[in-house]
Design a binder for this molecule. Structure first.
Ligand code: FES
Length: 385
């Protein structure tokens, strides 16, 4: 069933809207899921960018805890991510400097015996947390982190259904991918025969509600009142969740994280829960089939979006307008763009970005994602630590 429609006064609506824009437009005041727990190793580091910044991540062999550094050696700025784990420590492959987990250099092989390690021989560290099968990274200040709950995958229906999650790295700017998930009127056409049906396309409006630190969009198809529709939420800066709403009881939901790795690129992370997963995972063979099939199906659906978004991104880079003739079904996109303008005016997290989304894209789309691998992670129960 659909969420109840709030009975707000016009004043309350205006207050909620102002609160949302005031409280959510900071890209660095949030935890980002980045790497599946099963990919973080004690034997070798891995590299990924977040908000344009190169990071190196590994698992401390002594404590098994995730460690995240700026991927830039304190000696001569070589990438630490191409280094190795030696004697339980991250070691730079250039001149062999070794690091403790607090980011301080603990060993310099070429240092003369009567010299001590320079006081500034350290790299920036980032807080990390592991939950629901993912390693999450906090890119902001420690002070801001105190007020924010520890992260876990968001499931709009709540409860403890098993989730299937995974990721794909895409050469699409995270903002364009995110917009795509706020746009239910594309589904019958872009995804005809997979998750959509063009014969079911009909008139559509969106009811947009401001709920504290997130907004909720309710899809309304006046000509098809019995159709399964979606309620979707945007949790800034980069999380979208979908709840499928029908007249029968349903607890299916999905969350999508469009992680801004760097300009024109993103890591797309999904977490899906369907009620039939519960019975499927009780039968090992069936559970294996579901775990094998869903990442492949997700990639097929995603590639349908990819064909649209890469072309759109290229055209925006050539100066095209992102929204020539908006209609009622585009309301969430317009709301997101409004949020973007306020966020970028307030505190751009990368100097190349402006308050126009179409200015942020580059002409460096290489259509490489058709061969990108969809990486699945083991199914988790929400709330698993
Ligand atoms: Fe890393 Fe020299 S650049 S040890």
């Amino acid at each position: 069933m659909a969420s109840p429609v709030p009975n707000w006064t016009q004043d309350e609506i205006a207050t909620n809207r102002a609160f949302f824009y005031e409280q959510t437009t900071e890209f660095r005041k949030t935890w980002y899921p980045l790497v599946p727990s099963n990919e973080l190793l004690t034997t070798q580091p891995t590299a990924l960018r977040l908000l344009e910044e190169p990071l190196v991540l590994y698992r401390d062999p002594q404590t098994n805890q995730p460690v995240v550094f700026a991927d830039k050696c304190a000696h001569r700025s070589a990438p630490l991510s191409v280094g190795r784990i030696m004697d339980g420590k991250l070691e730079c492959r250039y001149h062999g400097w070794q690091y403790d987990t607090d980011g301080k250099v603990s060993h310099i092989p070429s240092l003369l015996k009567d010299r001590s390690i320079p006081a500034n021989a350290k790299v920036q560290t980032y807080p990390a947390h592991e939950a629901d099968g993912w390693v999450w990274v906090w890119p902001g200040t420690l002070e801001d982190m105190q007020d924010v709950p520890k992260p876990k995958l968001y499931h709009p229906w709540g409860g403890d259904l098993k989730a299937i999650s995974g990721y794909v790295d895409l050469d699409i700017d995270h903002s364009l991918l995110l917009e795509n998930f706020l746009d239910p009127s594309h589904i019958p056409f872009t995804h005809d025969t997979t998750i959509g049906n063009r014969k079911l396309a009909s008139a559509m409006t969106i009811d947009c509600q401001f709920h504290g630190k997130f907004i909720r969009g309710l899809q309304v198809n006046p000509d098809l009142p019995d159709m399964i529709t979606s309620e979707f939420e945007f949790h800034p800066p980069c999380t979208i969740s979908l709840k499928f709403v029908s007249k029968t009881e349903s607890r299916n939901d999905q969350s999508f994280y469009c992680i801004p790795t760097r300009k024109g690129h993103c890591r797309f992370i999904y977490a899906q829960r369907f009620t039939f997963f519960e019975s499927a995972f009780k039968i090992p063979v069936l559970g294996s089939v579901v775990s094998w099939y869903f990442p492949r199906f997700n990639k097929k659906v995603l590639m349908e979006d990819y064909a649209m978004l890469t072309g759109l991104q290229e055209r925006l880079a050539m100066g095209a307008n992102a929204m020539n003739s908006p209609v009622a079904a585009d309301l969430m996109i317009k709301t997101y763009r409004n949020w973007w303008r306020k966020a970028m005016k307030k505190n751009p997290w990368f100097k190349g970005y402006s308050d126009d989304i179409e200015d942020i894209v580059l002409g460096d789309c290489h259509h490489s994602c058709a061969s990108a691998e969809t990486k699945a992670v083991p199914a988790t129960l929400s709330g698993d630590e």
